[in-house]
Design a protein around this ligand. Structure first.
Ligand SMILES: NC(=O)c1ccc[n+]([C@@H]2O[C@H](COP(=O)([O-])OP(=O)(O)OC[C@H]3O[C@@H](n4cnc5c(N)ncnc54)[C@H](OP(=O)(O)O)[C@@H]3O)[C@@H](O)[C@H]2O)c1
Length: 359
């Protein structure tokens, strides 16, 4: 099998580290690997498949000769470097929010809309972590019985914010247990032993940007512009895995058994649902796994066409790194690595942003 020249941008971060692990675990055809981060990490050593690799500072020259770039950096950095990587001939699979709602960029969850990879012009966006696990669980049901409305409440782990948030929760938990005062840095309030209904910035309509990402991204991935969605996104003191209570209104009535049957036959999903023995998806058990777990499937007692369920997945794997690697695998499998249409317009309209540009 042909091997590919692969770069991981953000290789020292939580998602980048997971990408490296998953490339090895899934025996991704890597010919060479380039690990990129900020100048702070230049010269540090990291491992790829037991081989020590030096981390390099990301510069415009970092992408020359690359086939695939996994971008796991914040939005402003991705906006700056992704177009440069595309101009250099690479396919960029971006984990940030930089291009997700750009109509010229496909937003892909392979189990749901893998065919959208085909029309990429050099960049493919991987959705927000809470959106990915929800659409994996909803899409097979939507195909069987069109969904009219979704109300979702999330319980999102701190790893969704990055490595600094893991350190903050660890430090604060110790401080609280030792009777010491805590000082929040990453979040606006203490996260240890607390629950914060604030993820990303608040918008004029009262929703947070994270909540609005779930609305816009779900519609784009599922090709369902009219889908009614309301989300409340909440940060909880859990290290890894996001949990979601999802309330769905279908076009027709559907029994919980029918929902269980469809989901248990769908790719990437594992149904764990036996309340009699307290069997349901849990965040800690989902950490380090690849499936989207669904349980607590029940009729909505307040609506004849309503179903309620509980959806859990590892936000660093299916919610981020695994989804990105699956996109690359799908592009290779279908021979869609290079843009198929108008190759001369690769990168057009994707001007490099100023260094340090923010969301
Ligand atoms: N965490 C999740 O569950 C999750 C899920 C979906 C999407 N995402 C998105 O994935 C991206 C990465 O998230 P993360 O959680 O992995 O964050 P993280 O742990 O904070 O890691 C950030 C990475 O970006 C690198 N970086 C910072 N400044 C840079 C620069 N100027 N040039 C090049 N690299 C630079 C860092 O390198 P240094 O170590 O050198 O600073 C580090 O490798 C974000 O856009 C995030 O929104 C995250």
């Amino acid at each position: 099998m042909k091997g590919y020249k692969v770069a991981v941008m953000g290789a020292t971060g939580l998602v980048g580290q997971e990408v490296i692990k998953i490339l090895v675990q899934r025996k991704f055809p890597v010919e060479s690997i380039s690990l990129l981060a900020s100048d702070r990490s230049a010269g540090k050593k990291a491992f790829f498949n037991h081989d020590e690799v030096e981390v390099k500072e990301t510069t415009p020259e970092s992408f020359e000769g690359m086939d695939i770039v996994f971008s796991a950096v914040e939005t402003g950095i991705s906006k700056r470097f992704a177009p440069i990587a595309v101009q250099a001939g690479a396919l960029v699979i971006d984990k940030s929010n930089a291009f997700r709602t750009d109509p010229a960029v496909p937003l892909v969850v392979p189990e749901v809309n893998g065919q959208d990879i085909r029309w990429h012009k050099g960049i493919i966006a991987s959705p927000n972590c809470s959106t990915i696990q929800m659409v994996v669980a909803l899409n097979p049901l939507h195909k069987a019985n069109p969904i009219k409305r979704i109300v979702v409440d999330t319980y999102q782990s701190v790893s969704g914010t990055g490595s600094a948030a893991i350190e903050e929760l660890t430090a604060q938990a110790k401080q609280v247990l030792n009777g010491q005062a805590t000082a929040p840095h990453v979040y606006h309030h203490q996260i240890a032993f607390n629950v914060l209904p604030e993820i990303d910035v608040f918008m004029d309509n009262g929703y947070s940007k994270e909540e609005w990402k779930m609305v816009e991204e779900t519609r784009k991935i599922m090709h369902a512009d009219e889908l009614a969605i309301s989300a409340t996104c909440v940060r909880v003191p859990v290290f890894i895995s996001h949990s979601e209570a999802v309330n769905i209104e279908f076009s027709e009535a559907m029994t919980p058994d029918e929902v269980r049957r469809i989901l248990s036959q769908s790719p990437g999903i594992k149904v764990l649902d036996d309340p009699m023995i307290s069997l349901y998806p849990q965040a800690w058990a989902a950490a380090g796994t690849d499936e989207v777990f669904v349980g607590r499937i029940r009729q909505d007692a307040s609506h004849p066409r309503g179903i309620v369920m509980w959806v859990v997945a590892d936000n660093l794997r299916k919610g981020a790194a695994l989804n990105a690697v699956q996109i690359a695998e799908e592009a290779i499998k279908r021979d869609w690595l290079k843009p198929t249409r108008n190759p001369e317009t690769v990168g057009a309209g994707l001007k490099p942003a100023r260094p340090g540009g923010q969301e």
